[in-house]
Design a protein around this ligand. Sequence first.
Ligand SMILES: [Zn+2]
Length: 147
Amino acid sequence: MKIKITKIKSKKVVTKTPKKTKKKKILTFREKKIGEIKKKLIAQRKSLLAEAIAALNELPEKTVFPDLGDQASAEIDRNFMLRLRGRERKLLKKIDEALDRIDHGTFGICDKCGQEIDIRRLEARPVTTMCIECKTLQEEEEKLMEV
Ligand SMILES: [Zn+2]
């Protein structure tokens, strides 16, 4: 078994960083990406709010039902819309929390294990608070609970 260690070794240069370093303005790749995510979140928040308001306006205030069959289906529609709005509300809350974490510098840190969440995962799901390992574990646990 031949493992390429030499290449890694040459790359891994231990540099002594002075303890008193001035705050550099140069952003890391991750910080840049997080900045992009923030912009996306703000845009998503805007459109979500617009959708929620539109859905509210579409909700019929009063409908006359000719028979019970129609009433039942109308009831389902309304409940569906209410649920959608509930989901929008939840997502809005998650977006707000994510934006808050970005501002506080805690964005992209897994809630469970404290490790940095993969930037690609954050780009795909900015509101996530868990790394893929912890999320997978949680989902498996939830599946077991459902059975
Ligand atoms: Zn984790």
